[in-house]
Design a protein around this ligand. Sequence first.
Ligand code: HEC
Length: 234
Amino acid sequence: MKLKASFLVEIMGLVLFAMIISCKHEIPFRIAEDTPVIGGTQSCSADTVYFQNKVLPLLNSGCAMSGCHDIITHEEDVYLSTYGNIMATGGVRPGDPSNSKLFKVLNKSGSERMPPPPAAAFTQAQKDIIYTWILQGAKNNACNDCDTTLFTYSGAVTPIMNTYCKGCHNPTNLGGGIDVSTYASVKSIALNGKLIGSIMHTAGFSAMPKGSSKLSDCRINQVQKWITAGTPNN
Ligand code: HEC
């Protein structure tokens, strides 16, 4: 009897151990809490780099694509789609960009560089966005930079494409076979209904920008008005 009891305990121990081991792989990647956004309705100050306006769209389309730092792949446990996770996993030291991993990797060489080749390196202007935002304290801030009355291709649509979409839709990273870096290609997705369907999160279309929050109503409005005006190259 005694022997049987200790044998049972051993078996139970083994089962428990096996459960812990197998569970380990199923623990979902931690999603950090987001802090409330500071500002949002205030007008933008020219010398501030705002996280929600500039940094998040850049990281989302330049780093958080599928196979890299999105919630599913989270390469090296770095997940760059929300403020909370960027702060928890991106190696950001507020006020100290030169010692922040998020900034340092932009200037490395070879496959260490982020985004790694064949993706293009960040431009100097893009690096400056990350640098200045960290230097200014890496806050979760925002400002109102959208003008509903402006809906030209160059003044409204191009900046939206460049900020929120181009990182995943360019000739070297053709998400869904779509390129938004030229007028002709943006016009074609405007005319077949995919552009507005995807940004309005209409059923039947893939919701864009992928993995990130919806564009503001003002930006969706700008795109809608440009399409209604006949997608001019203005
Ligand atoms: C993080 C990467 C990423 C970002 C950012 C992104 N896309 Fe996409 N997009 C994709 C991928 C990948 C697909 C292919 C379909 C899928 O996986 O959902 C796609 C598909 C699409 C489609 C086809 C949708 C359909 O239902 O046929 C359109 C249109 C599109 N994107 C437009 C945009 C626009 C406009 C933006 C910016 C507002 C944007 N995308 C931002 C990755 C991205």
